[in-house]
Design a protein around this ligand. Structure first.
Ligand code: E4P
Length: 215
């Protein structure tokens, strides 16, 4: 399973990259709005840190606008993947961009059929949002299971990015299902490394080592 980070913060991206587990980055307009600077410069800086897919979202609602934005975004760096919302116009844009060899990540996927449509239109990635489904008392990971099954049924090569991850169990379930990618907020990446028994173990080993040193 590949690990992406879901942030536009360069410090968080550098820190996650330094652990040696970072395969890509997803951003969205909200995440970009939290950072200083021009979006184009932020995307460029991210691509210079991470050698993997970096999702940059188009904000037009009409497909011609999305295609125009997609072409501009793709020019920034070869790592850029154009994030397109799951709408009818979005699918038209995905088809056009795929024909031009520009990779897309169809975002805001909340049903398995949306994922299938996006894949058939030519998306390189689909992003089911599990946390936002959990928020409305629906089992988010069930959506991932269904998409995974459908893609397996038809040997679809579109990669599944499990998005809107809220906690480490979402990441564990992603791995158990066998989805391709989890895009994870920095806070959750930090939680993934932690276990109270690890901390307790380090404490007691160091305490015992003090006795060895004082021999
Ligand atoms: C994914 O690409 C999105 O940026 C993200 O996972 C959205 O998550 P949220 O529901 O925490 O905003």
């Amino acid at each position: 399973m590949k690990f992406f980070i879901d942030t536009a913060n360069l410090d968080e991206i550098r820190e996650a990259a330094s652990i040696g587990i970072l395969d890509g980055v997803t951003t969205n307009p909200t995440l970009i709005s939290r950072e200083k600077g021009e979006p184009k410069e932020i995307f460029k800086a991210i691509c210079e840190i991470v050698d993997g897919p970096v999702s940059a979202e188009a904000v037009s609602l009409d497909w011609e606008g999305m295609v125009k934005e997609g072409r501009e975004l793709a020019k920034i760096h070869s790592n850029i993947v154009v994030k397109i919302p799951m709408t009818k116009d979005g699918l038209k844009a995905v088809k056009q961009l795929a024909e031009e060899g520009i990779r897309t990540n169809v975002t805001l996927i909340f049903s398995p059929i949306q994922a299938l449509l996006a894949a058939r239109a030519g998306a390189s990635f689909v992003s089911p949002f599990v946390g936002r489904l959990d928020d409305i008392a629906t089992e988010g990971m069930q959506l991932v299971e269904q998409i995974q099954q459908i893609f397996e049924n038809y040997d679809i090569t579109t990669e599944i990015i499990v998005a809107s991850i809220r906690h480490t169990m979402h990441v564990v379930e992603t791995a158990l299902i066998g989805a391709d990618i989890a895009t994870i907020p920095f806070k959750v990446i930090e939680q993934m490394m932690k276990h109270p028994l690890t901390d307790k173990g380090i404490d007691s080993f160091l305490k015992d080592w003090e006795q060895v040193k004082n021999r």
